[in-house]
Design a protein around this ligand. Structure first.
Ligand SMILES: Nc1nc2c(ncn2[C@@H]2O[C@H](COP(=O)(O)OP(=O)(O)O)[C@@H](O)[C@H]2O)c(=O)[nH]1
Ligand SMILES: [Mg+2]
Length: 385
């Protein structure tokens, strides 16, 4: 039976490779939604297929393991998974290498679990999440002998469980704007974490997925912020509502943007906000005010308040999440800069301690370097060999 399975797997891979070749000329749709109309000027960012190396095979296998049929796999997804795996390499280097070394060929021992604890903490997984995973593993170990392969499988399952808990408790497994309604997505976070970049990528994803979209340039604190967000708007043909006067009131910009969205029947308003003001208190006060004006002006709107976190900031990000949670009424998190961060484990800390669903992850500065969060893919990339 094992032989048969191996043969089937081999056959599937051959099929995958053949399919991918024929996909080369037509990049597939975004996972979150149906393909949108073609956007001029985006050809520059079309994914290119590299060699059929083991990253490619791994990506295809990760999709297949989620029950995806070969014909439903897009080049874009394969390409993204490869980049996610590369992005998490630094986190993994300290993490998995040590983990696999510890696991070795023998059944799990309590000593191995102690080492695993250190490894998880070092990858910024956080005390709470680490305790939870270790408790589950220890209970299992008390019941039966666990070989390394089963240990790894069980560990993956535990990590996925942690990431999935806040998602399961939320309204939807996948965050997408609701059709034919006004959706307002607020992007908040400290300076430099990638709010504006994420907003630009989201605008592009929205347009490619067939939503009408509008940007509110409500970071009025930095003079260059409006210009930066305008460039992102242009790249996807999304209008940007701004107020050119110095020190304009962000709430007034949001007011104008909601008015414009109503007039045009726009489905998604993306709101860029400042990450730094004179004092932290001012920032929180301003966010509360922006939030209040949205609730008052558009009570019918579906409002999402997304905290943008820079993965390289590790545990610091967790403290930021707590600080923003009350002022902005956070509903989710976007983790950026997963490319090149050694602290990707912070995703687990955020899910288990801030109890917020991770909605998107960014792994690069390009317009397509943002994807809806998928816990299965994240854990596979984190623990890939
Ligand atoms: N490598 C990498 N850089 C990113 C990512 N997201 C944002 N950046 C960069 O981080 C810097 C700050 O981004 P910005 O969007 O202006 O941050 P904001 O202050 O929160 O609006 C810019 O140089 C971005 O190109 C990412 O996922 N990966
Ligand atoms: Mg910004």
């Amino acid at each position: 039976m094992l032989e048969q399975a191996a043969a089937q797997r081999q056959q599937r891979l051959q099929q995958l490779t053949a399919e991918a070749l024929s996909l080369e000329s037509e990049p597939g749709p975004v996972a979150a939604a149906a393909p949108g109309p073609a956007v001029p000027g985006l050809a520059e960012s079309e994914p290119q297929l590299g060699d059929f190396d083991d990253t490619f095979t791994w990506s295809a296998e990760v999709l297949a393991a989620q029950g995806r049929k070969v014909e439903d796999m897009s080049l874009e997804e394969i390409d993204w998974l490869g980049r996610l795996r590369r992005g998490l390499e630094k986190t993994r280097r300290g993490f998995v290498t040590q983990l696999l070394e510890n696991l070795g060929d023998d059944p799990l021992t309590p000593q191995v679990l102690d080492d695993l604890e250190t490894t998880l903490l070092r990858a910024d997984v956080g005390v709470q999440a680490t305790d939870q995973v270790l408790d589950a593993l220890r209970r299992r170990l008390n019941e039966e002998v666990v070989d390394p392969a089963e240990g790894l499988r069980f560990l993956k399952e535990q990590l996925r469980g942690l990431l999935e808990a806040p998602i399961a408790a939320s309204a939807a497994p996948l965050l997408a704007p609701q059709k034919e309604r006004l959706n307002v997505w607020l992007l908040v976070g400290v300076n430099g974490v990638g709010k504006t970049t994420t907003l630009g990528k989201l605008a592009n994803l929205a347009v490619r997925s067939g939503y009408s979209c509008l940007i509110a340039a409500a970071d009025t604190f930095r003079a260059a912020a409006v210009e930066q967000v305008s460039i992102w708007g242009q790249r996807s043909g999304v209008p940007v509502i701004s107020n050119p006067s110095a020190n304009a009131d962000p709430a007034a910009v949001v007011y104008d943007a909601i008015g414009a969205a109503r007039a045009k029947g726009t489905e998604l308003v993306l709101v860029d906000t400042a990450g730094r003001l004179q004092t932290k208190h001012n920032l929180m006060e301003e966010l509360t005010k922006v939030r209040r004006i949205i609730d008052k002006l558009a009570p019918e709107a579906v409002v999402e308040s997304l905290l943008v976190l820079d993965a390289s900031q590790g545990q610091n990000g967790l403290r930021q999440a707590m600080a923003f949670a009350s002022a902005a009424g956070l509903t989710g998190v976007v983790i950026t800069k997963l490319d090149g961060s050694a602290r990707g484990g912070v995703a687990l800390a955020v899910a288990s301690e801030a109890k917020l669903p991770i909605r998107f992850i960014g792994a690069g500065e390009g317009i397509r370097d943002l994807r809806p969060f998928n816990s299965f893919e994240f854990v596979e990339a984190l623990l890939a060999r």
